[in-house]
Structure formats: C-alpha cells, structure tokens
Design a protein around this ligand. Structure first.
Ligand SMILES: Nc1ncnc2c1ncn2[C@@H]1O[C@H](COP(=O)(O)OP(=O)(O)O)[C@@H](O)[C@H]1O
Ligand SMILES: [Mg+2]
Length: 268
C-alpha cells in the first residue's frame, strides 16, 4: 500500500477521455470529445464555456443520467452506473411544485425515502435555516421572489446531505445584487457542509469569485481548454474578491481562452 499524498489522492469525480455523441433520426453529432477531468473531494470547481458546448451534459454524466459514448466516469473510484444518488443536482430551472408549500417541496426527497415524520421535520427545519428561509415553510412557491425560489431549490438539494453539489447556472436568471448575495451564501453553505461542488456558469466573474479552480471548455466538440487554480483567499468575500489583482489577472487569462470559443461557437 502506498501512502496517500495530495497528488495520489484519488479524485472524487473523474472523467477519463470522455466522448459524447448525440443521435436523433436525422443526425448524429459529437458534443464532447477527449475530455478528461479529475475533481478532488472538497474542491469547488467552476466550469465556463460557450453555449451548447456540453456543460449540462457534463453534469448529467456525473449524475449518472447519461452514459458516455466513450470513456469512463468514476465516482469515488468506482464507475458510475445508473443514477448517482450521492450527488445533489441544482438545475437551471427551479422546477418547484406549485401545489406544495416550501416545506413540502424541500422534504419531498425525504418523504420518498420513507423517513420518520420527526426526522423529516427536523432535517427540513435545519436546511431551511441554512438557506435563510426560516419562517417561510408554509408559503407556496408562487408567493416567493426569484431569489427565494432559488433558496428553496438549494434547500431541496441540501436536505439529503449530498457529498457533491452539481449546480447548472443556478444564479443565471437573477439580478446582479441578488446573485452576489446568493453566491456568498453558497460559499458559507459549502464551508459548513464540506461539500464538493461542480458549478457551471456562463459568467467568468462568478466562476473566479466562487471557485478554487476554473476550467474553460472549448466550443464543440468540447474538451478542457484551460484549467486554472484560483489563488484568492478563503474564506472569501465574493464582493471584494473582484478588487483583488489576482481576480483581474485570472479574468484576463481565462477570457483570452474563452472569447475565441464563444465567437466560433455554433448557436444551438
Ligand atoms: N439529449 C440530447 N439529445 C440530443 N442532443 C442533445 C441532448 N442533450 C444535449 N444535446 C446537445 O448537445 C450539445 C451540448 O448540450 P449542453 O450540454 O446542454 O450544452 P451547454 O449546457 O454547454 O449549453 C448541444 O448542442 C445540445 O443541443
Ligand atoms: Mg446548459
């Protein structure tokens, strides 16, 4: 047995030489090709890339909702076969059930697992507090602002205590002030839960402000073009991070890789 060193620590999520081809009756095209990526446990990894390059596909592969055409996706050292129940998925749309209260939306997954009433209630209260929704358990989604709906979505994912949060442009539709607030809250939640995060965004600034690492994906067929560590202090203040010289330097480096891809990207 060899001793674990940071370099030899197995990745929690590992994509190895992935290709993903989609086919329908008329055509077949390769969305992802030769993509390899290893995410260690505890990392906050952000991914940016042009629209349609395969970012959501990457999350679907990690969640086990799709199988790659070629290559391997491993989770905690084992191939992902079938739905990966150790990850929580925050999708772009909130998909809240309008006929259920906030509390009933959040505890749905626990009800499906047939946990006892007292435990469901305790865990739901805890997670509502974590996302700042104490006191809003009995209202319906239609009565909430966009930011609060996002909080419910996050609570719904956190309630089953996933090791990994897969987030697909979760704050994309929010105004920039609210986005900054929720970004800060996400960093706090992550610090408290030690979750590993794979976070997709089209906003380079957001990727740098939040991530321990930022990856740039190429236009289709996409692969990893650039992989940069973010040397900003942690715990991090997402607002003041923008005034750090490291932020400006990284923004320039990443944008130099990303902008030609955005221009050459095929609209979907
Ligand atoms: N289930 C599917 N069937 C056919 N094509 C798909 C499917 N899912 C995604 N695609 C296509 O694959 C490409 C990558 O999609 P996606 O991962 O959603 O990109 P992104 O999230 O980066 O915008 C797009 O061109 C999209 O239209
Ligand atoms: Mg997408």
């Amino acid at each position: 047995m060899h001793e674990a060193t940071p370099d030899s620590t197995p990745a929690l999520i590992e994509f190895t030489d992935i290709a993903m081809t989609f086919r329908d009756t008329k055509r077949s095209f390769r969305a992802i090709d030769k993509l390899s990526l290893a995410i260690p446990r505890g990392q906050f990894c952000c991914v940016v890339g042009p629209s349609g390059c395969g970012k959501s596909t990457l999350l679907n592969l990690a969640a086990g909702l799709l199988q790659p055409t070629r290559g391997r996706v491993c989770y905690d050292g084992k191939p992902v076969v079938g739905v990966n129940t150790r990850v929580g998925y925050v999708t772009q749309k909130d998909n809240l059930l309008p006929w259920r209260t906030v509390r009933a939306n959040v505890n749905l997954a626990l009800e499906l697992r047939a946990l006892g009433k007292a435990e469901i209630s305790r865990r739901t209260d805890e997670v509502l507090e974590l996302v700042g929704l104490t006191g809003f358990g009995d209202v319906y989604p239609s009565q909430l602002s966009g930011g609060m709906r996002k909080r419910v979505t996050l609570a719904r994912t956190l309630v089953y205590e996933p090791e990994v949060i897969l987030a697909d442009e979760p704050f994309g539709a929010l105004d920039s002030q609210l986005r900054t607030v929720l970004q800060g809250e996400l960093l706090d939640i992550r610090a408290r839960t030690n979750a590993t995060v794979l976070f997709i965004t089209h906003d380079l600034g957001e990727a740098i402000a939040l991530g321990d690492r930022v990856l740039v994906m190429s236009a289709r067929p996409s692969r990893v073009l650039l992989d940069e560590p973010v040397n900003l202090p942690t715990p991090r203040d997402v607002f003041s991070a923008r005034f750090d010289p490291e932020y400006a330097r990284l923004h320039e480096t990443l944008w130099a890789a990303l902008s030609p891809e955005v221009e050459s990207g095929v609209p979907t």
